[in-house]
Design a protein around this ligand. Structure first.
Ligand SMILES: *Cc1c(COP(=O)(O)O)cnc(C)c1O
Length: 360
C-alpha cells in the first residue's frame, strides 16, 4: 500500500491512526457485533459516541457551558441561510465582511432575508488580504456581524477579530477548525463543515451561545432551526452517525497529540517551512500579503500558466496530489491541515526546489 500526500482543500487528509482504528472497528464496534454505520442513532452505544465527541470537543476548544454544540448535516453552505433565519430577528440588519467566495455566498444568501451590508471587501485584489475594518462603518443595531475566519480558497486568515461590541460575532471556521486555540467567548456562534479538518464530509458543527437561540423566524424550516436541534441534543432526526464517530476518533487523536496548543505549534512549523521557501524562491511566490497568511491554505503561483500546469502534473506523479489552485485564483494551493505531517510539507518543498532547478 502506498499513500500519497493529499493537499486537497477538502475533503482532505485524515490522521492515519484514525483511519486504521476505523478499519479495525469496521465490522464489530467494541464487541457490539455491528458497525457504527449500522447501529441505531437511538442506541446506548451511539449515545456514548455522540456524547463522547461533544465532551472532547468542549474540552479541546474550552467551550463554556453557556454554548450549545450541534452536530448537523447540510454543510457549511446550509448555515448561510440558517444564520439569518435564526438570528436576523431584531432590527433585521446584519454586517458582512467580504473576504472571498464563502463570505460572498453567505452574504448573498442573507440578502434574501434582510437588510445586509458589506462593511468591507478585499475583492479589489482577488481577496489576497483581510481588509482593515473601520468600526464607524459597522451597523450599531445589527443583529449580528459575520466573518469567514479562514479563507480556504485565497489563503487569508484574521489574526485579529473585529471589535463588534454588543453585536454578536458569527464566524465560519470551516477551514481552521481545531487548527489552533480559539477563544469561543468572543463569538455568538462559530461553525464549520467538518470535511476540512475534523472528519469526513457530511457533518457540520455549530457552536452557539445559548441566549441567541429561540428567536428564529416563523418561516424557518424546522430542520434549520438551531433551537430544535439544541433541545434534541442533535438527535431531532438521524444525525450523520458514522461521520460523528470518525470526528470522535479525530478528537481523541488531537487530545493524545497534545491538544490545540500542540497542534498550533505543529501547524506554524509546517506553514513556516513552505512560506520560507516561497519567500526565497525565484520561480514560486505566495499570493497573499504576509501579514494575513493562513496556516492552513497556502496558494502560490509561478509567472507562467504552462509552468503551473507542468508543476501540478509532475507533483501528482510524485505522489503530491490535489495541488491545483481554485479555478478563481489559478496556480497552486497546498492545504496543510492538522492531518498533514511535517514530512508531507518537507516532501513538497523538496519537490518544488527540484522543479525550480530543472526548469530555471
Ligand atoms: C468548504 C467551505 C465551505 C463550504 O462547505 P460545504 O460543507 O461544502 O457547504 C464554506 N466555508 C468555508 C470557509 C469553506 O472552506
Amino acid at each position: 500500500m502506498s499513500r500519497v500526500y493529499n493537499f486537497s482543500a477538502g475533503p482532505s487528509m485524515l490522521p492515519e491512526p484514525v483511519l486504521k482504528q476505523a478499519a479495525a472497528e469496521m465490522l464489530d464496534y467494541h464487541g457490539c457485533g455491528q458497525s457504527v454505520m449500522e447501529m441505531s442513532h437511538r442506541s446506548k452505544v451511539f449515545d456514548d459516541i455522540i456524547k463522547g465527541a461533544e465532551a472532547l470537543l468542549r474540552e479541546l476548544m474550552n467551550i463554556p457551558d453557556n454554548y450549545k454544540v450541534l452536530f448537523l448535516q447540510g454543510g457549511a453552505s446550509t448555515q448561510f441561510a440558517a444564520i439569518p433565519l435564526n438570528f436576523m430577528n431584531g432590527s433585521g440588519k446584519a454586517d458582512y465582511v467580504i473576504t472571498g467566495q464563502w463570505a460572498k455566498k453567505a452574504f448573498a444568501e442573507a440578502q434574501k432575508y434582510g437588510d445586509v451590508k458589506a462593511v468591507a471587501s478585499s475583492a479589489d485584489k482577488t481577496f489576497s488580504y483581510i481588509p482593515k475594518l473601520d468600526k464607524s462603518t459597522f451597523t450599531p443595531d445589527a443583529d449580528y456581524f459575520y466573518i469567514c475566519m479562514n479563507n480556504t480558497i485565497y489563503g487569508t486568515v484574521y489574526h485579529e477579530l473585529p471589535d463588534t461590541g454588543k453585536v454578536p460575532l458569527i464566524a465560519d471556521i470551516s477551514s481552521c477548525f481545531l487548527s489552533e486555540p480559539l477563544d469561543v467567548t468572543k463569538f455568538g456562534m462559530v461553525y464549520g463543515g467538518a470535511q476540512k479538518n475534523v472528519a469526513p464530509a457530511g457533518l457540520t458543527i455549530c457552536i452557539i451561545r445559548e441566549d441567541l437561540l429561540g428567536n428564529a423566524r416563523d418561516i424557518t424550516p424546522t430542520m434549520l432551526n438551531y433551537k430544535v436541534h439544541a433541545d434534541a441534543n442533535s438527535l431531532y432526526n438521524t444525525p450523520p452517525c458514522y461521520t460523528i464517530y470518525i470526528c470522535k476518533l479525530v478528537l481523541e487523536w488531537l487530545k493524545a497529540n497534545g491538544g490545540l496548543e500542540a497542534m498550533k505549534e505543529r501547524n506554524v512549523k509546517k506553514a513556516k517551512l513552505l512560506y520560507d521557501f516561497l519567500d526565497n524562491s525565484k520561480m514560486f511566490r505566495g499570493t497573499v500579503v504576509p501579514e494575513d497568511r493562513s496556516l492552513m491554505n497556502v496558494p502560490f503561483v509561478t509567472d507562467s500558466d504552462e509552468l503551473n500546469a507542468k508543476f501540478v502534473k509532475e507533483a501528482t506523479d510524485a505522489g503530491l496530489v490535489n495541488l491545483k489552485g481554485h479555478r478563481t485564483v489559478g496556480g497552486m494551493r497546498a492545504s496543510i491541515y492538522n492531518a498533514m505531517p511535517y514530512e508531507g510539507v518537507q516532501a513538497l518543498v523538496d519537490f518544488m526546489a527540484k522543479f525550480e532547478k530543472e526548469n530555471a
